[in-house]
Design a protein. Structure first.
Length: 155
C-alpha cells in the first residue's frame, strides 16, 4: 500500500503551476480540523513563538499538548502554558492549513517559513510564493477564507 506523505505531495506539486497546486489534492472523505503530519501539528513548530520570537521555532516532545486531535509541540514549558491558557489566541487560523488556499476554497499543507501575523492572528501558507499572493490582499483573503471555512474540510 502506498502512503502519500507531505514530501511526496510537495515534490509532485513543485512541478505544477502555482494555481494547479491548490486544485490538485488527494481526495479524502473528510480532512482533520488541524493540519498535522503523523499526528504532529504545524510541522512540529511552536505556534506561540511566531508571536513571542517573531519567527518559527521547532518544538519539542518534552513540551507538548494535544489540541483538536493533534499533538502540538512547543519550544518551552512557558510557551506551552501560554497556548493552553488561550489556544484561540495562538493557534493558526484555518487549522494551520494554507490561508491563501482557504481563500480560494481549498486546503493545502503549509511550511513554517511562510507565515504572517495580522491583527493578532497567525496565518500559515503553502510556500513563500503563496505568502506573497496572500499578502496582496490580506483582509480580502481572510474574508474569503472565513466564508469557505470549515466547509472545505469536507470537500
Amino acid at each position: 500500500m502506498t502512503h502519500l506523505t507531505r514530501r511526496h505531495m510537495l515534490t509532485g506539486l513543485a512541478a505544477l503551476p502555482l494555481g494547479a497546486a491548490f486544485v490538485t489534492r488527494p481526495a479524502f472523505a473528510a480532512n482533520p480540523p488541524i493540519y498535522a503530519e503523523d499526528g504532529i501539528a504545524w510541522d512540529g513548530h511552536d505556534p506561540v513563538a511566531y508571536f513571542t520570537k517573531g519567527a518559527p521555532m521547532p518544538g519539542s516532545e518534552a513540551h507538548s499538548v494535544m489540541h483538536e486531535g493533534a499533538k502540538v509541540l512547543f519550544s518551552s514549558a512557558e510557551t506551552r502554558d501560554m497556548f493552553v491558557a488561550d489556544p484561540a489566541k495562538y493557534a493558526p487560523q484555518f487549522g494551520g492549513y494554507c490561508a491563501y488556499a482557504a481563500s480560494k476554497g481549498y486546503i493545502a499543507p503549509t511550511v513554517p517559513e511562510a507565515w504572517t501575523v495580522h491583527e493578532g492572528k497567525l496565518y500559515l501558507n503553502f510556500s513563500l510564493r503563496a505568502r506573497e499572493l496572500w499578502l496582496q490582499d490580506v483582509t480580502g483573503n481572510i474574508a474569503k477564507g472565513n466564508a469557505n471555512w470549515p466547509g472545505i474540510l469536507d470537500a
